[in-house]
Design a protein around this ligand. Sequence first.
Ligand SMILES: [Zn+2]
Length: 202
Amino acid sequence: MSDRRFCPWCGTDQRGRDLTDEERASGAWGNTTHFSNTIGVEIRGVYDGALFWRCPGCGGSWHRWPANHPLHVKADQFVGAPSALQQATVEWIAANPPTYRFEPSLPDDPGEIRRRLEVLNAELAARTRVEIDPNVRVRGNQTRTGMRYVHGPIAVGDTVTVYEPEADLEGYGAITEIDYNKQLVWIWVNWASVQPRGESHG
Ligand SMILES: [Zn+2]
């Protein structure tokens, strides 16, 4: 495991607040004396868990897994200087575009169809909603919005529902970068999916 105490890019001490006596006594955090501010970045579809570490200050990232570990290889493309994660994430999303996961052929069994629709509806209901301005286009196909327009939890690589309340437009995109200092979020948007609500998303 890599040392998490200092960011290798900006040198910031990553220690957060002290554990309380009660928290130490619980043993849940082992011999740890402080919480860490380091962000464990999960990339959906690559690994269900923290794939690598990210500094909340500068955005630089570094390895969580040792060099001979399979997840180290998977994390390699995302780890690096502050700009590397954003670029790698955009490339990964472009190669693995998020979808609504409609299956090409539905089963004959009505019970199975209903079950799949329930799963799909639950996924859509749980998806974080982000208010965007469709006129704001940055970095090619992306948009940018303030953290206060994000309604729910987000991580880099997450699929989110994007919407524009005035024209009642809705579609989907994926988080490509989160800047905690500037309170800004960058989103790759499937602009073709951004349609008046209630119409088919195809
Ligand atoms: Zn840093």
